[in-house]
Design a protein around this ligand. Structure first.
Ligand SMILES: [Ca+2]
Ligand SMILES: [Ca+2]
Length: 360
């Protein structure tokens, strides 16, 4: 009969061997680790009540990241991580929910305020000249697809800085939220997401919590299993066609979809994959998974600072899950292990969030 500590040691050994590629069945060991982890953490018992609109995520151990060869370097390797139980919003925060927050507090999102040149300079190479005053206006990056195929590395071909674009005017002045109150709120900067979560008595998830929840405690490629379209069925709002110019929307949605348009994962969480990217609390460091490999890390809170070799001046937080703009032949980021850094002060038409809450 194993004691609690023995189980934890065994679980660590399994995960270590798995990570070292010693032929131990990773899937099985992850399941054992998950079950042992939950026992060790004492989190297998669901709480008596769950806050409205949230689900209980039981906590446990899992393999964060992936060893799939086609995955991006920043997602590798798979490494053992343990998280405590928590509550998580079942859906992305909707326009209706964000509207209630703004009506209650008068909050103005970053995209609605005039940019602060002092802050902007911190993310630009030294000596970058100050833009003209009439260019320093409130706005956000709006997806504006070209009519012809373009080079896939040139973001400027489909992202356009649009003065006046913000959560209430997603495509800029003249656009509004009519018919979109149940869609996820977009053009949300990191501090806007924090402000909403704090107002709601919640917080942003760490990247580890987010990924554990998306994988539903399993080592699976997507939030629902290993196949992108089981029995031909779309399980998430992504991009079909030729990115970025031809969106054929086979899944039924060209842009954002109302939350809960696709099935929930095993934990009852909707749209963890696709629809909109979701902010997490962690700074983005492309090397974070490599640095944690080979040890069982408990409740990681992310690196101390941001580091992206492709964008060394950027101050980025991790966003997860991909969006309605993730295409098979372009980004393939609609997987739980996928991770990108997003500048903390940038509102975009494909970025939203959801909150979590600690279990007392
Ligand atoms: Ca779609
Ligand atoms: Ca999402």
């Amino acid at each position: 009969m194993l004691g609690r500590n023995d189980r934890t040691i065994l679980q660590n050994v399994f995960l270590f061997l798995c990570l070292m590629g010693w032929g131990v069945a990773c899937q099985r060991s992850a399941e054992e680790a998950s079950s042992a982890g939950q026992a060790a953490l004492g989190t297998t018992k669901a709480p008596a009540s769950v806050p409205e609109g949230m689900v209980w995520v039981p906590g446990g151990s899992f393999l964060m990241g992936t060893n799939e060869q086609q995955a991006y370097p920043q997602e590798q390797p798979a490494h053992a991580v343990k998280v405590k139980a928590f509550f998580m919003d079942a859906t992305e925060v909707t326009n209706a929910q964000f509207k209630a927050f703004v009506q209650a507090t008068g909050y103005l999102t970053l995209a609605e305020r005039k940019p602060d040149w002092q802050e902007m300079q911190k993310q630009l190479p030294a000596g970058t000249p100050k833009p003209a005053e009439d260019q320093l206006v409130a706005g956000a990056l709006v997806f504006s697809p070209p009519s012809q195929p373009v080079a896939s590395y040139d973001y400027s071909q489909w992202w356009r800085w649009m003065p006046g674009a913000n959560w209430q005017h997603p495509e800029g002045p003249g656009s509004d939220l009519q018919g979109r109150l149940q869609h996820p709120v977009v053009h949300i900067a990191y501090e806007d997401a924090l402000a909403y979560c704090q107002w709601a008595g919640k917080r942003l998830p760490t990247e580890a919590e987010w990924e554990f929840a998306a994988k539903a405690g399993q080592q699976q490629r997507y939030a629902w299993g290993d196949e992108f379209r089981p029995q031909g069925k779309f399980m998430a709002n992504t991009f079909q066609g030729q990115f970025p110019n031809r969106n054929v929307a086979e899944d039924g949605f060209t842009g954002t979809a109302p939350v809960q348009s696709f099935p929930a994962n095993a934990y009852g969480l909707y749209d963890m994959i696709g629809n909109v990217w979701e902010w997490t609390a962690d700074w983005y460091d492309a090397r974070a998974y490599q640095q944690r490999a080979g040890q069982l890390v408990s409740n990681p809170q992310g690196p101390a600072q941001s580091f992206d070799p492709q964008d060394p001046y950027a101050q980025q937080r991790v966003t997860k899950g991909g969006s309605y703009l993730c295409a098979l032949e372009y980004c393939v980021n609609y997987r739980p292990s996928a991770r990108i850094g997003t500048a903390y002060d940038t509102g975009m038409s494909h970025t939203g969030f959801r909150c979590v809450m600690d279990v007392e």
